[in-house]
Write a protein that binds this ligand. Structure first.
Ligand code: NIG
Ligand code: FE
Length: 412
């Protein structure tokens, strides 16, 4: 199967350097070819160049990009899209003055979603979650990580992870699964947090591993949730079963989560609203990708992480949607790119790098996803004709999607 895309206005995100992620000043550079073509064979990027160099010969499928931009499809490295129902009641509570933490303390928040998930069947969860994947594709996403964490019991966590496995089998997107039993203390264990941590280590992690259901292990290490000591213990349990950490840290306070994550070789530490010089120092030189979720700070009306300071200090950052029912009910990565520009003061090139190669790194997919590289999977987002690359985040409310190619096949 051979695919040719011609008349690409700007082919952006080209990288033949073999690097696994992009950091510091390099984040502002995005290699482009204007007036370009691209070909894919057997699902992989085969060649690209200027239109006048387009090789002769027929393709099985030919797409005319009509001057649109082609970018690597977004790599959304942090989502919670398997959930039952929605939480717009809490949305209104927040408008009326309650904070995310107050709602959680009243038994709302994550526990509210856990109650609803408990009564939903696997099929119902699958039927609710698949359209969310479709919405994500409509904004240009081609790979995503999906977390459990609304089960909070062995049976319900397994139920969620089995749904994620079915979604991965059915979707043309590339999916990675994360076990997040430590999202909150389950209702039955309130006041017995140590016993819940023990349940995760003794029962949940081995059961998840026995079915091979998770690539990564996550903990919500923050004020009012899990401590750095508990987090360290659970990450060590996960590591025994080959699950690398990707953790929630420093959303609500300088929780020590970033340092614990780095010390345990986390692939990413995510949220980071409370990040100072000590945390930046811990991240520099590490293998851990700081991942910013600007949709959550936007939706909850909270502080944004100091992305500018992090990049200027030499770090690479990823951005992701955090698509979930409580703090970011949207998986629109194009809007996340706009938020990164508008609220984090990242320039468009930095935001695209954060949403593509650095997002791929944060899922362990950097060898096959996240850039226009010969031999990488042909996951490509095609936009409507636009005047420039910068127009994409500037037009923050406009879809602009003209096509999506996943594995060399047109899916939109
Ligand atoms: O990433 N911060 C913790 N977990 C999710 C929110 C989950 C929820 O409120 O349902 C997040 O923001
Ligand atoms: Fe999250």
């Amino acid at each position: 199967m051979k695919l040719t895309i011609k008349n690409i206005g700007i082919l952006a995100g080209i990288d033949e350097s073999g690097r696994d992620r992009i950091a510091g000043a390099d984040m502002a550079r995005l290699e482009v070819v204007e007036n370009a073509y691209l070909t894919a064979e057997e699902g992989l990027i085969a060649s690209y160049g200027r239109m006048e160099e387009l090789p002769e010969g027929r393709a099985d499928e030919e797409i005319d990009a009509r001057g649109g931009v082609v970018l690597p499809a977004f790599c959304d490295s942090h989502t919670h899209i398997v959930y039952a129902g929605s939480r717009e009641g809490e949305f209104v509570d927040k408008i009326n003055g309650l904070s995310y933490e107050e709602i959680a303390r009243r038994g709302g928040g994550i526990l509210n979603s856990a109650d609803r998930l408990h009564t939903a069947t696997e099929q119902e969860l699958y039927d609710e979650a698949m359209p969310r994947l479709h919405q994500m594709m409509e904004s240009g996403t081609g790979a995503a990580e999906i977390k459990s964490g609304y089960g909070l019991s062995t049976q319900d966590e397994l139920k969620m992870l089995r749904v994620i496995r079915r979604m991965a089998e059915a979707s043309p997107m590339t999916i990675r699964a994360t076990f997040l039993g430590a999202h909150a203390v389950a209702r039955d264990y309130i006041g017995r947090q140590a016993e819940y941590v023990d349940l995760i280590c003794r029962e949940m992690i081995p059961a998840v591993a026995a079915e091979g259901l998770a690539d990564f292990v996550d903990v919500f290490c923050d004020r009012g949730f899990f401590t750095p000591e508990e987090t360290a213990h659970m990450l060590e349990c996960g590591a025994k079963y080959g699950m690398r950490p990707k953790i929630h840290a420093n959303e609500l306070a300088a929780s020590g989560g970033i340092q614990v994550g780095v010390a345990h070789g986390a692939l990413s530490v995510d949220h980071l609203e409370f990040t100072g010089e000590e945390e930046i120092a811990a991240l520099l030189g590490s293998q851990t990708m700081p991942t910013i979720l600007p949709g959550a700070a936007f939706f909850l009306g909270m502080n944004y992480p100091p992305a500018r300071r992090m990049i200027d200090a030499g770090l690479g950052v990823a951005i992701a949607s955090d698509f979930n029912p409580g703090s970011s009910p949207s998986g629109n990565m194009k809007f996340i790119v706009s938020l990164a520009c508008i609220k984090l003061r990242m320039n468009p090139q930095e935001a695209f790098n954060a949403a593509t190669l650095n997002g791929a790194y944060a899922m362990g997919l950097q060898a096959s996803h996240g850039s226009i590289t010969k031999g990488k999977r042909a996951n490509l987002w095609i936009t409507q004709p636009v005047s420039s690359l910068e127009f994409i985040p500037y037009a923050y409310g406009t879809s602009l999607t003209a096509g999506l190619i996943l594995g060399g096949k047109r899916v939109l």
